[in-house]
Design a protein around this ligand. Structure first.
Ligand SMILES: Nc1ncnc2c1ncn2[C@@H]1O[C@H](COP(=O)(O)OP(=O)(O)OP(=O)(O)O)[C@@H](O)[C@H]1O
Ligand SMILES: [Mg+2]
Length: 254
């Protein structure tokens, strides 16, 4: 079982979009996939299930009682599983302070759901305790960035956090890739940002995903981009990225 945390403390860069797209593309490849919604905003949960999950156990309970993760897990229409989130998660960062192993609660919960090939963790837009739980549970981290200059400014802090985790509680954590998202091929600005990313991240940079209104439409239809627009450029990009994720994941990453 390979655990991939999709993280960036900047909001709106495409973490949730990447998790749903990769979950669909990996399951299309025959992989058993569990996506974990670790964001109290519940974007991933609402995208795939609307309000249908109400009244169930959620990832919040699973952080306190690891065996609850199984109950928090639903199967999506597209075949991959989702551990659903709830608004309560917003309080977990404080409530978990009572636990000595507060950084390792997700790791413990994931141990209760063996048998998946890939676990994809959708992190909230912060570097708080929830994201730390994801980085401590993960074998790999994937960082989506939006192709705007200002979006690159927060990356130093994110990579310092990743290094701190590698030097401390999870020395096995590896950077799987940096994913340039919301790429507008026709603007000089986006090209300049992509050039800067290529210089800085070299072989860990993944192929860019273009900005397309299809990505905004897919959640309205409660579908991944692969189910919503199967032959579109976005679906193709996600399939290519999923293949590369599997290749890097199996070879051991960068
Ligand atoms: N390639 C793309 N083209 C167009 N729109 C996109 C693309 N990727 C993501 N979006 C849209 O951008 C918005 C933000 O994406 P998403 O929710 O995946 O980001 P996020 O990093 O998970 O945000 P948050 O930090 O709030 O959790 C959404 O409306 C999504 O549909
Ligand atoms: Mg999100």
């Amino acid at each position: 079982m390979t655990v991939l945390a999709v993280a960036n403390q900047k909001g709106g860069v495409g973490k949730t979009t990447t998790v749903v797209g990769l979950a669909a593309a990996l399951s299309e490849m025959g992989k058993r996939v569990l996506a974990v919604d670790l964001d109290p905003q519940m974007a991933l949960t609402a995208w795939l299930f609307g309000e249908d999950h109400k009244g169930r156990a959620t990832v919040y309970e699973a952080l306190f009682w690891p065996e609850k993760l199984r109950e928090a897990t639903l199967t999506s229409a597209e075949g991959f599983e989702v551990a659903v989130s709830s608004l309560d998660l917003a309080g977990a960062e404080v409530e978990l302070l009572a636990f000595a192993d507060r950084h390792q609660r997700l790791h413990r919960a994931l141990a209760k759901v063996p048998g998946r090939d890939w676990v994809l963790v959708d992190c909230p837009p912060s570097l708080g305790l929830l994201t730390l739980n994801a980085l401590l549970a993960a074998d790999f981290v994937l960082v989506p960035v939006s192709c705007e200059y200002l979006a690159l400014r927060g990356l130093a802090l994110l990579f310092a956090t990743i290094r701190r985790v590698q030097d401390g509680l999870n020395p096995g954590l590896r950077l799987l890739g940096v994913l340039p998202n919301l790429y507008e091929a026709r603007t000089l600005h986006a090209q300049e940002v992509l050039d800067a990313l290529e210089k800085r991240f070299k072989e860990v940079l993944l192929p860019p995903v273009r900005k397309s209104v299809r990505f905004r439409e897919a959640p309205v239809a409660r579908k991944s981009i692969l189910a919503y627009d199967p032959d579109g450029e976005g679906a193709e990009a996600l399939r290519r990225i999923a293949k590369e994720v599997v290749r890097r994941g199996e070879k051991g990453g960068a």
